[in-house]
Ligand binder design. Structure first.
Ligand code: FPP
Length: 255
């Protein structure tokens, strides 16, 4: 019997780290790294689309990123506005639904308007999903979900299912794969609940240098993983063999 290959991930989460160091190594301002990072994101989303990845969630600005110098924060906000303005039509043309997660209360008015526009424009798209986390923190997400769930359950009986329904991305399957570039091996307050059983992939490559080949290497690594979700190996193999015909390899499907 041949070993079943883990199917490609349906949902990939991305921590796009290393923009600042990439720029510094070139003697450029940090913002040049973020601009280069936007180009990389565009390319990786195209490759994800070509591989029928149903959902991608990217960490564009964390709730802790406000602690950066004011100048860098303003440039990042500008980049988000301009990046969305420039690229949302391409996403729309590819039938991608774009959504934003995070706390919008502190975001500039212009960015909020661009987020609304992007969401409205792409709301009817059913091809795939792009979630962009802006002023997002996993602890914030858990706190807001707990508050909403507690309102529904005034007796205080909040279980996993009632909490989950109020989390960001409640309508998406949890990420199968998290990719973090830039050499650090931590979650940095991203999707804390949703990453409970996610396969983690870390690479030293700085995000602006993260190529299509690097992305395919991450998918290939994922396909070698043995996902047990708390079960024992034989139980998982039996289930895998039942739908082995649905499994396919990134190595055979990629150029
Ligand atoms: C982390 O690198 C990266 C960010 C805080 C910003 C990422 C944002 C983009 C790539 C633009 C996304 C745009 C849209 C429209 C979704 P870092 O600055 O922490 O790098 P360092 O660790 O080397 O300093």
């Amino acid at each position: 019997m041949t070993e079943a290959i883990t199917p490609l991930p349906a949902h990939i989460a991305l921590i796009m780290d290393g923009n600042g160091r990439w720029a510094k190594r070139r003697g450029l301002p940090r913002n040049a790294g973020h601009q280069a990072g936007l180009k990389t994101l565009r390319q990786i989303l195209r490759v994800a689309h070509d591989h029928d990845i149903a959902c991608v969630t990217v960490f564009a600005f964390s709730s802790e990123n406000w602690r950066r110098p004011q100048h860098e924060v303003s440039l990042l906000m500008d980049l988000l506005v301009r990046g969305l303005r420039k690229h949302v039509s391409e996403l729309h043309a590819r039938n991608v639904r774009v959504r934003f997660i995070g706390n919008r209360a502190r975001l500039p008015t212009e960015l909020c308007a661009q987020l609304r526009h992007s969401e409205e424009l792409t709301a009817g798209n059913a091809g795939s999903m792009l979630n962009v986390a802006i002023d997002y923190g996993g602890q914030w997400d858990l706190a807001q979900a707990a508050t909403a769930a507690a309102r529904e359950h005034p007796q205080g009986l909040v279980d996993e299912h009632s909490l989950r329904r109020h989390l960001s991305l409640a309508d998406c399957p949890d990420p199968d794969l998290l990719i973090r570039t830039g050499g650090e091996q931590r979650l940095s307050n991203f999707l804390l609940w949703q990453l409970a059983y996610t396969e983690l992939y870390f690479t030293d490559v700085f995000w602006p240098d993260f190529s299509s080949q690097d992305f395919l290497a991450a998918l290939h690594s994922y396909q070698q993983r043995d996902r047990r979700f708390g079960k024992v190996e034989d139980m998982v193999k039996d289930e895998d063999n039942q739908d082995a015909s649905a499994a396919y390899s990134v190595l055979t499907s990629s150029a």
